[in-house]
Write a protein that binds this ligand. Structure first.
Ligand code: FPP
Length: 242
């Protein structure tokens, strides 16, 4: 199965790109080599999305817990994000990709924050694919941040507590305005959600694949999408009601 054989993928796919470190260690190389190779896979998967019918791709690039990694690894990852922005912004813009970053930016280096904002502004009007990159992201932090915002609005008398419904909560998250993921993929054989899109993934399908992220090609991606296409999503109903 190749990407060209998948006619219509799910509108929003989210990916936990796991296994970079193990991929490198298995080859006797430094963990950061896995992150370098991981960037190549990011490029390949992003490019494959439009022809697969995907409208939104969300990538988990750096979690709020990843700040606890060794300093050197964190620095390499921050440099990779910088380099990705510099190298890819023109091509992503030409491909009509809108880029958004989700997560707690206050912890990121100032220059990277500025580069992220510039990339978002430059691509804001693009419409073929929305690429959400989760950097310094943790879903619990996101929910806490959003709840504080709603509580503040109540305290200021802008809304009443009974106006807080599911849409209001969705609108208070970093992902405001973007539809929920239909499919969450995690690479490297691990079967955990790891504080990723906890609210948004309420009705998502999950796919866990054995390949580490540096080995996850567009053809593997197409295979996962094909098997997603065979699932029946019932959203709590029974088949006959669909
Ligand atoms: C998880 O593998 C991966 C990360 C923490 C970093 C992901 C980053 C990239 C793929 C590169 C940069 C991304 C963009 C969007 C430019 P791990 O290190 O936790 O692997 P392990 O579980 O084997 O240790």
């Amino acid at each position: 199965m190749t990407s060209s054989e998948v006619r219509q993928g799910p509108p929003h796919v989210a990916i936990i790109m796991d296994g970079n470190g193990r991929w490198a260690e298995a080859r006797g190389r430094p963990r950061t080599d896995g992150h370098h190779r991981g960037v190549e896979r990011v490029r390949e998967i992003v490019k494959a999305c439009p022809e697969l019918g995907i409208k939104t791709l969300t990538l988990f690039a750096f979690s709020s817990e990843n700040w606890n990694r060794p300093n050197y690894e964190v620095k390499v990852l921050m440099s990779l994000f910088r380099r990705y922005i510099v190298r890819e912004v023109d091509e992503l813009d030409t491909m009509d990709v809108r880029v958004r970053f989700i997560g707690d930016r206050t912890r990121l280096p100032r220059d990277l924050r500025r580069m992220m904002s510039q990339m978002e502004e430059r691509t804001a009007a693009n419409a073929r694919l929305t690429l959400q990159v989760a950097v310094s992201y943790g879903a619990r932090d996101e929910i806490v941040h959003g709840m504080r915002h709603l509580a503040q609005q109540v305290a200021e008398g802008r809304i009443t507590p009974d106006q807080i419904d599911a849409d209001a909560v969705s609108g208070a998250l970093f992902t405001a305005g973007v539809d929920d993921p239909d499919l969450v993929i995690r690479t490297s054989g691990e079967m955990r959600i790891s504080n990723f899109l906890l609210w948004q993934a309420a009705y998502a399908e999950f796919a866990f694949v054995d390949e580490c992220w540096p080995d996850f090609t567009a053809d593997h991606f197409a295979d996962v999408l094909r098997s997603f296409g065979q699932r029946e999503r019932r959203f709590g109903k029974i088949s006959a009601q669909l």
